[in-house]
Design a protein around this ligand. Structure first.
Ligand SMILES: CC(C)(COP(=O)(O)OP(=O)(O)OC[C@H]1O[C@@H](n2cnc3c(N)ncnc32)[C@H](O)[C@@H]1OP(=O)(O)O)[C@@H](O)C(=O)NCCC(=O)NCCS
Length: 149
């Protein structure tokens, strides 16, 4: 499968919204994504394309020397084929090039798949944010990764 990574653009947002609604119980709005892309100078959003179709995306905020992953999602029918690994490697690479020292994220305690993905790329469990998620008050695991090279 030929996966192409590129920057997210406003024209992608209809496809992004389909994936976002499929992936999350409290999805971001189209307007939130649009603001992130247009106005947030600290944010970077990338998409993965397969045969010209947007099948996944991920985002990060760079704050001084830290990178905070905001979201990562893969369209259901494309899951389990390694696409999130391209996205995560893309974000890690982006951070390395900008001298980011640490990366962080939150993941639902019950989200074993995402937790496994992050562990695979060197993120470590560093704490819990109790009742973090607004819909069901699930705890979030806080993960950090130090970028060494
Ligand atoms: C989490 C998510 C992004 C993973 O995307 P994906 O492209 O299906 O994952 P990949 O195929 O790249 O697999 C990456 C790693 O995730 C883990 N993983 C993937 N599928 C798994 C499964 N069914 N069970 C357990 N671990 C799994 C493995 O560690 C895997 O690495 P490996 O294949 O070398 O073992 C995807 O499931 C998704 O979009 N979920 C809904 C949104 C979400 O939860 N986002 C994370 C928010 S913190």
């Amino acid at each position: 499968m030929n996966v192409v990574l590129r920057e997210m653009e406003v024209k992608d947002l209809d496809e992004i919204m389909d994936i976002e609604h499929e992936a999350f119980t409290t999805p971001w709005s189209k307007n939130s994504f649009e603001k992130e892309i247009r106005d947030n100078l600290l944010a970077k959003y990338i998409v993965a394309e397969v045969e010209g179709k947007v099948v996944a995306y991920a985002g990060i905020w760079l704050i001084i020397d830290e990178g905070h992953i905001t979201n990562i999602a893969v369209k259901k029918e494309y899951q389990g084929q390694g696409i999130s690994k391209y996205l995560l490697m893309g974000l890690i690479d982006y951070c390395k090039k900008r001298s980011i020292i640490n990366m962080t994220l939150e993941v639902r305690k019950s989200n074993t798949i995402a937790h496994n993905l992050y562990k695979k790329y060197g993120f470590l469990d560093c704490g819990i944010r109790p009742n973090y998620y607004a819909d069901d008050h699930e705890d979030a695991i806080i993960m950090w990764k130090t970028i060494n090279d």
